[in-house]
Write a protein that binds this ligand. Structure first.
Ligand code: ZN
Length: 111
């Protein structure tokens, strides 16, 4: 009985490490249940998935990616702290323009 509990705990450890590195914890838990000694070595030697880790940071920590330098900055930031890129003001706070009226007038100027 003790070995079964230990086996589940080690599968859980593999899943936690996988999750912290940006991989799917569910599939790594199953992998750990089958052969945790190999799964543990595998996940410890596997590099962090930066794309998934970045996506998690964007979703959970309120971050956004700079369009110029691709670094993660706070979602509220108006200017990138790495490259100085100025982010456009979000649409909902920007002043709303009357639909088409202004645009049509400015196009008429070039006719
Ligand atoms: Zn930047």
């Amino acid at each position: 009985m003790g070995i079964v509990v230990f086996w589940f705990v080690m599968a859980g450890v593999v899943a936690i490490i996988a999750n912290s590195k940006g991989y799917d914890s569910g599939s790594w838990f199953l992998y750990g249940l089958l052969i945790w000694p190999i799964a543990l070595v595998h996940i410890l030697t596997k590099p962090t998935d930066t794309r998934i880790a970045e996506r998690q940071a964007v979703q959970s920590a309120g971050m956004k990616k700079c369009l110029d330098c691709a670094e993660l900055v706070k979602a509220e930031a108006r200017k990138c702290r790495y490259c100085g890129h100025v982010f456009p003001v979000p649409a909902q706070t920007a002043p709303t323009l009357k639909p088409t009226g202004q645009k049509m007038r400015s196009l008429d100027r070039y006719k």
